[in-house]
Design a protein around this ligand. Structure first.
Ligand code: AMP
Ligand code: GLY
Length: 424
């Protein structure tokens, strides 16, 4: 079966690597892909948002399944377009993807279905938002309602900073249309976990848990990024908590979407904070997380292509998911300056030697091929991922591989997975 994978990040390299292990895979095309995905098939130079061109390409290559990585084309209805052309597509419809693309819609679904989340108010004009924030005397979290590449959330310990954030989003149009509405919510405290599940509209198959590291600096300091590293499983999510998250969050969300007439198929990713009062939803994503996918798929033993097909066809209950017992840790190597401005085109060395270490995969993200060299081409450059019998061993191996790789200005956090080690 020929597959078209849409995207070009570390997540897509991990998905390509895993799909390539399936005996069912015919040709794999990745649009636009990166030098990592090129190892498993052909990269095709089509933008992830050029839906018409992607569908045409898939038709011309006898593609039977399209796998969509990023949120923007999902929200724009890429899955609907593939299905209209008679091609199966892994991911939610445009309507169902609003669970991620419109935080105001997500809050409504949560409210209507009594799903635990932060108390919040939604505003579509700055004066009302300002008056409300000014009336609060505690920390507030300000969120652009639309898609903002993971950067649309401001956690403000002072309401005055919240007003500045709302002004940037609503008046200075920091995120364009994505900031037409803002959510003002209470600040929650606790450890965070990423809960990803395959959902076929009625069955929910939860994957192993993971934990992202969003801020740029060690000890979770500095501005948020797309994610600087992740590990799997997240020990803080006990079996009991997982049962609670399934019963209080995942099941009512899927039921609520069905009632809404927007049946959800694909990956439901709940960003959860484990507060003293129990698990609370921070956000929903409608796709695989990046970098969580890298350590999760390193541990998945089952045939990903089979599971994706079962998700599309509504028979997830007929597949099983098996997991490697080991722990996986992914350390993101980024360009110096990220998440602000950074330079591109720096030659990367040591990739081959690091990738040869037993139990290590070096997933490409923002890289490009230049002649015989691999050079940097984005903020998050590589996701160096390692397996180990313990978190400490996986971490040690991941950093051993990181230390074999170099490029001008390379930056990584040195404390990925420490929270899991401390809590052991
Ligand atoms: P989101 O994109 O909504 O997951 O938010 C990005 C990050 O902001 C989360 O991973 C949290 O660290 C933080 N965050 C979001 N909402 C809240 C909240 N209500 N309280 C505290 N931190 C939050
Ligand atoms: N790692 C966070 C995200 O994928 O949105």
């Amino acid at each position: 079966m020929n597959v078209l994978l849409v995207g070009s990040g570390g997540r897509e390299h991990a998905i390509a690597w895993k799909l390539a292990q399936s005996p069912k895979l015919g040709k794999l095309y990745t649009a636009p892909g990166n030098p990592g995905t090129a190892d498993y098939g052909k990269n095709v130079d089509i933008d992830v948002n050029d839906i018409e061109a992607l569908v045409k390409f898939a038709q011309s290559k006898d593609v039977a399944l399209a796998v969509i990585g990023p949120e923007d084309p999902l929200a724009a209805g890429i899955v609907d377009a593939f299905e209209a052309a008679g091609i199966k597509a892994f991911g939610p419809s445009g309507a169902a993807a609003q669970l991620e693309a419109d935080k105001a819609f997500a809050k409504e679904i949560m409210r209507a279905n009594s799903i635990p989340t932060a108390e919040s108010r939604i505003f579509d004009n700055f004066p009302d938002a300002k008056a409300y924030i000014a009336s609060r005397d505690e920390a507030v979290v300000i969120k652009a309602a639309g898609l903002a590449k993971g950067k649309g959330v401001f956690v403000c310990d002072e309401p005055a900073d919240g007003i500045i954030a709302a002004e940037k989003i609503m008046c200075e149009n920091l995120f364009g249309e994505a900031g037409a509405k803002v959510i003002v919510e209470e600040k929650l405290l606790g450890e965070e976990a990423s809960i990803l599940a395959f959902v076929d509209g009625r069955n929910i198959y939860v994957m192993e848990t993971s934990q992202d590291h969003k801020p740029i600096g060690e000890g979770d300091t500095g501005p948020n990024t797309g994610g600087m590293g992740a590990y799997c499983p997240a020990r803080c999510v006990t079996d009991k908590l997982m049962d609670q998250i399934s019963a209080e969050v995942l099941v009512p969300t899927i039921d609520g979407m069905n009632r809404e007439g927007s049946t959800f198929r694909g990956i439901l990713y709940a960003g959860i904070m484990l507060t003293k009062g129990g698990p609370r939803v921070l956000e929903f994503n409608a796709r695989f997380g990046d970098p969580e996918t890298q350590p999760i798929l390193m541990r998945m033993k089952s045939d990903l292509l089979e599971v994706m097909l079962a998700t599309c066809m509504g028979n997830l209950d007929e597949v099983t998911l098996e997991w490697d017992e080991r722990v996986a840790v992914c350390v993101v190597m980024a360009s110096g300056g990220y998440p602000g401005d950074y330079e591109k085109g720096k030659k990367i060395s040591g990739l081959e030697a690091a990738g040869k270490l037993d139990g290590v995969m070096v997933f490409h993200a923002g890289t490009a091929k230049k002649g015989d060299d691999i050079v940097t081409a984005g903020g998050r450059v590589l996701g160096v991922t390692a397996l180990g019998d313990t978190v400490a061993e996986a971490k040690e191996l991941a950093y051993k591989a990181v230390d074999m790789i170099s490029f001008d200005g390379a930056y990584c956090r040195r404390d990925i997975a420490d929270k899991a080690i401390e809590s052991n």
